[in-house]
Design a protein around this ligand. Structure first.
Ligand code: DMJ
Length: 705
């Protein structure tokens, strides 16, 4: 039986394959179906190969083909000379001549640019100091280690969760206050719902354009900054469905392996602070895991010759750099000095000392430096370890550095005396050189610029009223009353800066010059971008004094925000607080949900919601629990801590000690005399038995503290 030919075989006969004795010993003019199939396969494989070779081979091999003379076939002919109007100018024939010419040009430019870039890089390398090259190598190494860690996705070891007091409640008894609190909650809902509808996943919202907004501090990726920043506010307001929605987005979408250059400071205070607070409030592990993953991505920023981190870091490459505008390539005091709270919690939660070491190193370095008039300048060069321009402020560029010194002490259950001393010293110098009273009797904080006091106070500096009140208790001899009073004076001045505007909202900065008091003079300083600092100060003063004026002032601000900043798509900043017909800036800042609305809500809540003896708010208003571990660590009833290897504990008045898995009989400790000495100190602290892990350097730090 012959099989009908499927393909015309041009009369050629193909002999049958000799695979054994043929069942029908005869010659055939046609092929069997299976044979045809095999032939078809071979043919199609050949065709695929030919096409594949052309389309999928690397560019360079295509170029080689051109070199072999195929360019005439594959690209239109390029002709110079004779017929050309301008000799030396090439004429390209063919319908796509323009496109091809551009393509060629692009290719040439790319090669030229790559070449120049490589040259520049080589030159740059030669210019670098040994330390810098070493730091770069370290960055690379760390990156590899971190990537491995992340890949392993190890669950974090369990640690005892600090005492979490007052994570809900605070219902006011007074019906008027209850109503006000409800109103603030409604404002939060409006801000969140609109972000949910128009900006979901973007970093912030443009409430008028009704679309996402991405400020450069969060890099080029959509990292949902508003979601992360708002979570704890949603939680304490009891907006649990919204909280869950945010949590799901984080679980499914929040990814830090992105090629994006972010601000180390902003990402720390908003993301790490926000995630840690969400973790402590809700107990959901995912927040802790994400916080740690992100923190690992920030670590390369510390690989500078001095260990003072860069302002920005690329989350993927780990390459860091500073803001172009910062004095002589400096890092900023308020940025590298506002990592302590979050990093201490990271070390506590992971048992990894690296975070603790990074921030303690910064502290040690600052302690060693001379300070003009006892003041910390805002700029420090991370390459040389020298101060940049002598500019000191309690507002932008300096603010939260002072705040974190105080809060490091509070967060350590008041055992980190070193931080408290640094805070007290700094505040004394600030009071002496920067705090003045205006002719009209308003106390303000000026800025020190190259040996001269500028009588200008920023909105940002208004947070200091709350800081002075918070630091009053525990201040040097007989000064508690004084600092509470100073806090109240700053609150009054900042309230005046609001009250003297058309909108009853404060400008970005205001002057005290002759007749002008607490008023912005330059147009560029008249905006209000939904900032929280003044309301933050009202809240702290309310908690410490219960003076009703603070609730009244807070309510005035809330009404003004509602009236002038609310739009149907959310809340927006305004460009001029002195104009009764405001223009909106069309940005709903993430800190509006994290801070402004949270402080307002707390202002109209009872003190039992997030009590200040148990919680310390980071500079983005994310509450972190006080680590009350001093007398409980390793005691019999806290045996579980002893089992959690490599975790941190507070020992009496010293900062943090790393501990090894503790053996109750003391066994397992090294015979090293230094370790034995540590054990002796440990025993004298009432922690017995146990042994301590860590290098000499850490130990010295601990004892010195
Ligand atoms: C917030 O991100 C933080 O409060 C920071 O410390 C300073 N400024 C903004 C809000 O104004």
């Amino acid at each position: 039986m012959t099989t009908p030919a499927l393909l015309p075989l041009s009369g050629r006969r193909i002999p049958p394959l000799n695979l054994g004795p043929p069942s029908f010993p005869h010659h055939r003019a046609t092929l069997r179906l299976s044979e045809k199939f095999i032939l078809l396969l071979i043919l199609s494989a050949f065709i695929t190969l030919c096409f594949g070779a052309f389309f999928f081979l690397p560019d360079s091999s295509k170029h080689k083909r051109f070199d072999l003379g195929l360019e005439d076939v594959l690209i239109p002919h390029v002709d110079a000379g004779k017929g050309a109007k301008n000799p030396g100018v090439f004429l390209i024939h063919g319908p796509d001549e323009h496109r091809h010419r551009e393509e060629e040009e692009r290719l040439r430019n790319k090669i030229r640019a790559d070449h120049e870039k490589a040259l520049e890089e080589a030159k740059e390398k030669l210019r670098k100091s040994r330390e810098e090259i070493r730091a770069e190598i370290q960055t690379e190494k760390n990156k590899v280690v971190q990537e491995m860690k992340i890949k392993q996705n190890k669950p974090l070891p369990p640690v005892p969760i600090p005492n979490l007091v007052g994570i809900s409640g605070g219902d006011p008894e007074d019906s008027d206050i209850r109503e006000k609190r409800e109103k603030i909650k409604e404002m939060m809902k409006h801000a969140w719902d609109n972000y949910r509808t128009y900006g979901w996943g973007h970093n912030e919202l443009r409430p008028i354009a009704r679309k996402g907004h991405s400020p450069n501090i969060f890099g080029s990726s959509q990292m949902g900054a508003t979601i992360v920043d708002a979570l704890d506010t949603l939680y304490i307001m009891g907006l649990h469905a919204e909280f869950l929605d945010g949590q799901r987005w984080i679980e499914d979408n929040l990814d830090f392996s992105v090629n994006s250059e972010v601000s180390v400071f902003e990402v720390n205070i908003r993301f790490i602070g926000g995630l840690l607070a969400a973790y402590y409030l809700s107990g959901e592990e995912i927040f802790k895991i994400k916080a740690v993953q992100l923190a690992e991505k920030l670590l390369p920023a510390f690989n500078t010759p001095t260990g003072i981190p860069w302002a920005m870091v690329n989350l993927k490459s780990g390459v860091g750099r500073n803001w172009g505008w910062a004095s002589a390539g400096s890092s900023i005091l308020a940025e590298f000095g506002t990592l302590h709270m979050e990093f201490m919690h990271l070390s506590y939660l992971t048992g990894d000392l690296i975070y603790y070491k990074k921030v303690m190193h910064i502290r040690k370095l600052l302690q060693k430096m001379d300070r003009p008039n006892g003041l910390y300048p805002n700029y420090l060069n991370p390459r040389t370890g020298r101060w940049g321009q002598y500019h000191t402020s309690v507002g932008g560029l300096g603010d939260s550095f002072y705040e974190y010194l105080l809060k490091a002490w509070l967060m350590s259950d008041k055992t980190d005396h070193e931080a408290r001393k640094m805070y007290d010293d700094a505040i004394e110098a600030i009071e002496k050189h920067l705090i003045k009273k205006s002719r009209g009797g308003l106390v303000f904080i000026g800025e020190w610029k190259n040996g001269h006091l500028e009588k200008k106070m920023g909105h940002l500096a208004c947070f200091a009223g709350g800081m002075f009140a918070l630091g009053a208790d525990g201040s040097r001899t007989d000064k508690a009353g004084h600092y509470l009073e100073l806090g109240a004076e700053i609150a009054r001045t900042c309230h005046e800066s609001y009250d003297r505007t058309a909108l009853k909202l404060g400008p970005e900065s205001f002057k005290f010059d002759g007749a002008v008091e607490a008023v912005a003079v330059r147009q560029a300083e008249k905006y209000y971008i939904l900032r929280p600092e003044v309301i933050e100060t009202y809240w702290y003063l309310w908690r410490f004094t219960h003076d009703p004026r603070y609730r009244q002032w807070g309510w005035e601000a809330a009404l003004a925000i509602e009236k002038y900043c609310r739009v149907s798509g959310g809340f927006s900043g305004v460009k001029d607080v002195y104009s009764s017909t405001p223009t909106h800036d069309d940005v709903q800042q993430s800190f509006f949900l994290a801070e402004t609305l949270k402080y307002l809500y707390l202002l109209f809540s009872g003190d039992d919601l997030l009590p200040l003896e148990h919680w310390v708010f980071n500079t983005e208003a994310h509450p972190l629990p006080v680590l009350h571990l001093a007398n409980t660590t390793l005691s019999a009833e806290h045996g579980h801590l002893a089992e959690a290897a490599g975790h941190l504990m507070f020992v009496g008045s010293v900062p943090l000690l790393p501990i090894q898995t503790v053996q109750r009989d003391g066994s397992g400790c090294s015979g090293d005399p230094a370790l034995q000495q540590r054990q002796a100190v440990e025993a004298s602290c009432g922690i017995n038995p146990g042994c301590i892990r860590g290098t000499e350097e850490e130990w010295e730090l601990t004892v010195a503290g």
